[in-house]
Design a protein around this ligand. Structure first.
Ligand code: ATP
Ligand code: MG
Ligand code: MG
Ligand code: MG
Length: 564
């Protein structure tokens, strides 16, 4: 690329609404341009970065066996009504009407449409598993769009959806995606951490987020420096270990329930009817093993009012807000067991926990007939708080540390939440119809652009990882219009690098060196070669890496190898 023919639009000052460094630098370097709150033009320089991020994601998704397709941004409301999300998603879902007054939504994610495709196209177990993905525009009417493209209203997401004949196969694919995500963020050149996470509005059971570690991150992450334990504090506050271990009274019946992981399996051991009046919660036991909590009785969840909280049933503290929300069908913020902070409350005065089945904090055992107050001491509500550095790690090994992160990816085991609601079935090997198991896997493409900058900048500007830099090398001539020899050498190097497949920009704008250097440092090009008559007389060019304090003289014939 020749700079004179390209579109470069750097600004001296960042606009006043830019709060964090990546937003400021992206605006100043002319990568994005604001159109409306949370809605940005991706300018040519920024689009180059986005395309590189997309390509890395696409290559790794393809390598992992996923198949690309594209679904419409505008989607009919009927599908969203089938799953109930048309109403449940609240104000984040942008709804619109066409000329016939029919309802549509702008996709914030695409579970409904992909499930609709699969239920029509896939009939037999022989066609499964499948993992389908798109890299597509999303719209979420965020309450507080900010930080430029990091929390935009319109943004680009890679979203993948997998379909399976059974849970084990979903778990296999989940791990496959976990590994693919690790490769993606490694190739993007970012320092990241995978953490256990809440499942949010998307729902499901297991989930992990991938975070780019940065001080300005909106999320706090609790992790154990000495083990693999890491969780979003949203979740970690619910998994914080109890200060007092509940002790069960002798009145309880302990039942051996080997290997039981689902409501159905456990109900079979306990000889109770799982389909009737039982509400279940899967909780993490002390060993980090999922333990099932079953609540018996016809109680309505809206009996549990945040203001009237009397106690917290200890084992519930190991459940994530989303798990509980899914089990009880209550959204955070509604009257229910979860408040805006994602804290979990249970009203002990209602008969909610009387005669419940609970995990025994011991693998493969459960208690039946549990009653808080009688069988367990009542923990204080104040027990629930955000995890802080130095708290004991839930895996029992040492203590937790806290860092901040930017959520750039999120993977979920959806199980049958959508396939059941939308009747997405297949014919199994035995000829019978079964509901498909589903997973979904998101990456915030445009958010990554901001997150990469939050991790890599200095007082001069952006420092791109080479893999996503808009240009890898910039050639800066000293006296473009003055010196034929400089022009000739610049052209030669430019052609050689282009031929070698390197993204090179030749700054032929005839700018003063100071202005020229400042532009490319702001834009963050990782390698710079300066070519001037003085150096050429000595047979050298000057190379400077974006993080280098000084330039290095390199013999003319060796410069190519230097920037490759
Ligand atoms: P957040 O907690 O930041 O609101 P989310 O949990 O709502 O994100 P998911 O539904 O998990 O987001 O979507 C998958 C990915 O899409 C996220 O991991 C993130 O990288 C990206 N993403 C979500 N919301 C936005 C947004 N408003 N702007 C840019 N990227 C976003
Ligand atoms: Mg969100
Ligand atoms: Mg989140
Ligand atoms: Mg998320």
């Amino acid at each position: 690329m020749r700079a004179s023919k390209y579109f470069i639009s750097s600004l001296k000052e960042a606009p006043s609404d830019a709060e964090i460094v990546s937003h400021k630098l992206m605006m100043r370097a002319g990568l994005i341009k604001k159109l409306s709150a949370g809605i940005y033009n991706y300018m040519p320089m920024g689009l180059r970065v986005i395309r590189k991020i997309e390509n890395i994601i696409r290559e790794e998704m393809n390598r992992a066996g996923a198949i690309e397709l594209s679904m419409p941004v505008v989607q009919p409301a009927e599908l969203w009504q089938e799953t109930g999300r048309f109403d449940k998603m609240g104000d984040e879902l942008l709804r619109l009407k066409d000329r016939h007054q029919r309802d549509f939504v702008l996709q914030p994610t695409s579970e409904e449409v992909i499930t609709d495709i699969v239920r029509q196209e896939i009939r037999s177990y022989r066609q499964l598993p499948k993992n389908l993905y798109q890299i597509q525009t999303k719209f979420r009417d965020e309450r507080r769009p900010r930080f430029g493209v990091m929390r935009g209203r319109e943004f680009t997401m890679k979203d993948a959806y997998s379909f399976h004949t059974n849970f084990d196969d979903l778990k296999r694919e989940y791990q496959n995606m976990f590994d693919a995500y690790s490769r993606i963020f490694t190739r993007l050149g970012l320092e990241f951490r995978a953490v256990a996470a809440d499942t949010g509005a998307i729902g499901g059971t297991g989930s992990h987020e991938f975070h780019v570690i940065a001080e300005t991150g909106e999320d706090a992450i609790a992790y154990n420096p000495d083990s693999a334990y890491a969780a979003n504090v949203e979740l970690a506050e619910a998994v914080a270990p109890a200060t007092t271990r509940p002790t069960a009274s002798a009145a309880l019946t302990k039942v051996h329930t080997p290997g039981a992981k689902t409501i159905e399996q456990l109900a079979a051991f306990l000889k109770i009817d799982a389909s009737q009046t039982i509400k279940s919660v899967i909780v993490d036991g002390d060993a980090g093993v999922p333990v099932l909590l079953l609540l018996r009785g016809d109680h309505e969840l809206n009996e549990v009012k945040a203001g009237k909280l009397a106690g917290v049933f200890s084992p519930l503290r190991f459940a994530s807000p989303a798990t509980i929300r899914d089990a009880f069908g209550a959204e955070p913020g509604s009257i229910g067991p979860i408040d805006f902070q994602g804290k979990v409350y249970i009203d002990r005065s209602a008969a909610v926990l009387a005669d419940a089945v609970i995990g025994a904090n011991e693998n493969d055992y459960h208690y039946t007939g549990a009653n808080i107050g009688r069988d367990f001491p009542e923990p204080e509500v104040a027990d629930i708080r955000n995890v802080v550095a130095g708290d004991p790690s839930p895996d029992g090994q040492g203590t937790l540390a806290i860092c901040r992160g930017i959520e750039v990816g999120h993977i979920f085991q959806l199980r049958t939440k959508y396939s059941e609601a939308m009747n997405c079935k297949f014919i199994a090997e035995d000829g019978k119809e079964q509901i498909m198991e589903m997973g979904c896997y998101g990456v915030g493409v445009t958010r990554i652009m901001g997150a990469a900058i939050e991790q890599n900048f200095d007082d001069k500007g952006i420092i791109w990882p080479v893999s996503i830099a808009p240009f890898e090398v910039v050639i800066c001539p000293m006296g473009w219009s003055r010196s034929e020899e400089v022009r000739k050498q610049c052209e030669q190097l430019y052609n050689a690098l282009q031929a070698a497949g390197i993204d090179v920009v030749l700054d032929d704008r005839d700018e003063r060196p100071g202005a020229m250097f400042a532009d490319w440092e702001l834009i963050g090009v990782p390698h710079r070669v300066v070519i001037g008559d003085r150096g050429l007389k000595e047979g050298v060019m000057e190379y400077q890496g974006r993080r280098d304090a000084e330039a290095t003289k390199v013999a003319v014939g060796e410069i190519e190898a230097f920037v490759k």
